[in-house]
Design a protein around this ligand. Structure first.
Ligand code: HT7
Ligand code: ZN
Length: 876
């Protein structure tokens, strides 16, 4: 397949200023008449052919300035329409296409989800609706007339504001006309039609305009929209307060559908959501689900300015909207909840998803320079690392210059399709700083490794740090330049307080941030009264891997005393990781891992420290995951040994602290009535973390307590946590608990997804057989992406021992599923295949088995571009 390169970017030869769509819906033969107002751009020679994108289209009519075009005036295939010699002056092109929404299993373009017509156009789905210049730098004003049978689709929704409705005389059909005054790229087009229930509210903007808010869901789900609506209103207010950005239409609608390739979509004025990120009530949604809904609702809403009002010039600039918008949603959630807890959760996600991506064959820069299939670049690197880059910019420049840069960006580029360079220029101007080296964060893939070796000299009262940075080679980038890295530090004295010091030499400094710029620095901190313990990379000030000469005692001291909560958490994680890596080596050699009483004592101390937020204590007690340990080991990984080490540490901790944990579990109370508040959720997280240890105590000794927790749970958080413990710890009553859960929630698809996931993630030898059997369960369907992800995606990404089985059966199963799914939905298939991203880090036997499975995928004829791209890069 062709590679698309950033350096080949050219503006389109023509602009399309206005798009008038008339969409007549029918399940198997929908008609779309598109009337495009086309203008030759300055610099385009008269007569230059107009080439429009298509994808699997059936052309049924074509007129230019209302005259039917002769056969020699155009060339049409399902994937392309060329007007051979268009007029030099502006003209109207009318294109009629016929679509089959029911047959659209790719869920891109116009499709039906549970009888509701809906669209998904990002990145290149609009070309599956009509021929178009389907690229983000072609901005048009859209008017959309939607027509359908009234009984089939009483609700008709489009972008912008509603301008007309009515019946089609003499028929059972009706129509609605929507007009969006804001020029937008085709990827933000949307329409929805169906028999949906409406939950209404309103919002008054800072300048006093009234906005009608609507959430549309399947009938019966109205009661589960309250949280999403509350999140939406809080997001709208926050964007006004934090960034001075108001909403700009009279209506803001959200529609929840059950078949959706991703999380949600920010179509102008008409967001379409995977219902997983809208629907919630205490009986079916966990605290984590509530938090995710808050984050995704905010994210999509914030795109209205970062993405919609200011969009991307081309898809290489995807991080311009995605990284920035993730940064904004992270800040929103931090303001709504505990900032340190949010930061720790975000870094955990970054390390578990983005770091492995950056360390494997699928590594790519935050702004890639080439792609084969853009859908494969909606990655943790573009989103999560992209957000870290914006965060670093703020750290480097300080709050004021950052805010001024953002304000300038909104002022200068509103209504444009722009680039990362333009974005960075705003900050260079607002701060007066040269951001040339900083821009490497967008260009160079790979996670930088920072090595800090520090010593205190009591004689000179100097604290000397040798800092070395190294950026590993990644595909197509063998050589790297040193990066600009903001390293936030503190020197912690023997009493746990930060020490004062004289000055810092050998590096540029801004407050407590060292601006690392060279491959090596010798940094001298003067006038340090006593030997400190350095607290490095506070608040995770840069997305790097940190190595240092701090020992376990130093780290445990920081875990107890650092005033930076992030580093308190990180210090304990580092000690646990080191113990687990040593444990995995022991397991490989057939030895029992050594006990680490100091670590267990540190866990006891955190668990019992009531001065700390319960949510923080829960995070501090959670052991690094098996994938995190594997990533840290880096090569020749044996997932069974990793699991053995982790299980051993969990069991020995549980056995040593059993009575303390049990007492704490029983003493904690989350409140009479369920609320998804951060405070209550934190208490539940701590209780469930303590109980999870107890569930894994030797011999299932606390099985009764876990079963009671399951039976007595009055909310999904506790019920699902207990079910996981019962199933994963292999406690008595497993089958009964699974049946009870299923029966209780049989009518709630999102809860049944959890039922599939808990079984898919059990690290047991018979799990794969059970998963195979579950694919034949009446509730399973390959057509529903959430279900596929819940069972097979969860297995591939959340079950390290069984996916990576030494006999290769896990790899074969996932590869076969990818091949079967590719014919139906390439995007979902390709994403599933990316679970192989760390295959080269496995020990040789598993590595060979993984490669065989990948080669089998590669050998299949007629692979989609999506899967072809992932498999070829995985094997490169
Ligand atoms: N901007 C949205 C991306 C998205 C998407 C991309 C490809 C295929 C389907 C998709 N659905 C949504 C989501 C977001 O980041 O807000
Ligand atoms: Zn986004």
């Amino acid at each position: 397949p062709a590679e698309i390169r950033l350096e080949d970017y050219r503006p389109s030869a023509y602009a399309i200023d206005k798009v008038d769509l008339d969409i007549r819906l029918a399940p198997k033969a929908a008609k779309v008449r598109a009337r495009l107002s086309v203008n030759r751009r300055d610099g385009t020679a008269p007569g230059t052919p107009l080439v429009l994108d298509g994808d699997d289209l059936k052309l049924v009519g074509l007129k230019l300035d209302d005259v039917v075009l002769g056969a020699d005036a155009f060339e049409a295939t399902p994937d392309r329409l060329e007007i051979v010699a268009p007029p030099a002056d502006p003209f109207m092109l009318e294109i009629v296409t016929e679509l089959d929404p029911d047959a659209n299993s790719k869920l891109m373009g116009l499709y039906r989800s549970s009888d509701t017509y809906c669209t998904q156009c990002e990145a290149e789905g609009f070309r599956r609706i009509t021929y178009f210049l389907d690229r983000p730098d072609v901005l048009s004003v859209y008017t959309t007339r939607i027509e359908a049978r009234r009984t089939e689709a009483p609700v008709l929704l489009g972008n912008g504001n509603l301008t007309a409705t009515g019946d089609v005389p003499g028929t059972d059909r009706h129509f609605a006309v929507w007009h969006d005054p804001h020029p937008k790229p085709s990827y933000l087009f949307a329409m929805v039609a169906g028999d949906l229930a409406l939950v209404e509210d309103s919002f008054t903007t800072a300048s006093g305009r009234e906005v009608k808010l609507g959430i549309y869901v399947e009938h019966g789900n109205e009661e589960r929209c309250g949280w999403a609506m509350d999140c939406l209103k809080r997001s709208m207010r926050w964007d006004e307060e934090a960034f001075g950005l108001e909403y700009d239409l009279d209506v803001f609608n959200i529609v929840a559908v059950s078949d959706f390739n991703m999380g949600a979509m920010e179509n102008k004025g008409l967001n379409i959501f995977n219902d997983k990120y809208v629907l919630a009530d205490p009986d079916t949604a966990t605290d984590q689900d509530y938090a995710n809904i808050e984050g995704v609702i905010a994210h999509e809403y914030f795109h209205n300015w970062t993405g919609n009002r200011i969009t991307c010039r081309d898809w290489f600039q995807l991080c311009l909207k995605e990284g920035l918008t993730v940064f904004r949603d992270q800040e929103f959630s931090s303001d709504q909840r505990s900032r340190p807890v949010k930061r720790i959760s975000d870094v955990r996600l970054l390390k578990s998803h983005q770091f492995p991506e950056d360390a494997g064959p699928l590594a790519h820069p935050v702004r890639p320079r080439l792609y084969q299939e853009i859908n494969n670049f909606y990655t943790a690197t573009v989103y999560e690392k992209g957000a870290e880059v914006v965060r670093m910019l703020k750290t480097f420049l300080g709050d004021e210059a950052f805010a001024a840069g953002m304000a300038l960006y909104f002022r200068r580029h509103d209504g444009e399709a722009t680039t990362i360079e333009a974005f960075l220029s705003c900050f260079a101007e607002s701060s007066g700083q040269d951001l040339t080296q900083f821009a490497l964060w967008y260009e160079q893939a790979g996670t930088p490794v920072i090595d800090v070796d520090s010593r205190y000299d009591a004689g000179t009262r100097q604290f000397v740090m040798h800092i070395r940075q190294q950026v590993p080679p990644t595909p197509r980038q063998p050589e790297k330049q040193p990066m600009a890295i903001p390293l936030r530090i503190g020197l912690v004295g023997p009493n746990g307080e930060d020490l004062e010091y004289g000055g810092i030499g050998g590096v540029d400094v801004e407050g407590d941030v060292l601006r690392i710029a060279e491959a090596e620095h010798k940094i001298v901190i003067s006038d340090v009264a006593v030997k400190p313990i350095p607290s490095l990379l506070r608040n995770f000030s840069a997305p790097v891997l940190l190595e240092s000469n701090l020992g376990e005692d130093d780290l445990l001291f920081l875990a107890r005393h650092d005033r930076d909560p992030f580093n308190r958490w990180q210090a304990l994680q580092t000690v646990a990781l080191q113990a687990l890596i040593a444990g995995a080596s022991a397991a490989v050699e057939g030895r029992t891992p050594d006990a680490d009483p100091q670590l267990i004592e540190a866990f006891a101390s955190v668990a019992g420290d009531e001065s700390l937020d319960p949510a923080f204590r829960a995070l501090a007690l959670q052991l690094p995951g098996e994938a995190d340990i594997a990533r840290e080991i880096g090569s020749d990984v044996d997932p069974d040994a990793v699991a053995a080490a982790r299980n051993h540490l969990r069991r020995t901790t549980a056995d040593s602290l059993r009575s303390t944990f049990r007492r704490q579990f029983e003493a904690l109370r989350d409140g009479e009535n369920y609320s998804p508040s951060a405070a209550q959720a934190g208490i539940r997280a701590l209780r469930n973390t303590l109980l999870e240890y107890l569930a894994h105590a030797t011999g299932g000794a606390e099985g009764d307590l876990v079963r009671k927790h399951f039976e007595a749970a009055d909310n999904m958080t506790d019920r699902y946590a207990a079910l996981n413990m019962i199933v994963h710890a292999g406690l008595e009553g497993r089958d009964a608990a699974l049946s009870r859960f299923y029966d209780r929630h049989r009518n709630h698809a999102l809860a049944i997804d959890k039922w599939f996931t808990v079984q898919a993630t059990a690290g047991h030898a018979d799990t794969l057989d059970k998963i195979r059997a579950l694919t034949a369960h009446p509730a399973f369907s390959f057509g529903n992406p959430n279900r596929v992800r819940a069972l097979i995606g969860a297995f591939a990404t959340g079950n390290q021992t069984q996916f990576n089985r030494i006999d290769g059966a896990g790899f074969d199963f996932v590869a076969d599923t990818v091949l079967a799914l590719d014919e139906r939905n390439p995007q979902v298939a390709a994403r599933l295949l990316s679970a192989f991203r760390s295959w080269r880090a496995l020990e040789p036997v598993r590595r060979a088995a993984a490669e065989r499975a990948l080669r089998k995928v590669e050998a299949k004829q007629n692979l989609s571009r999506d899967v072809q791209d992932i498999v070829s890069r995985s094997l490169q």
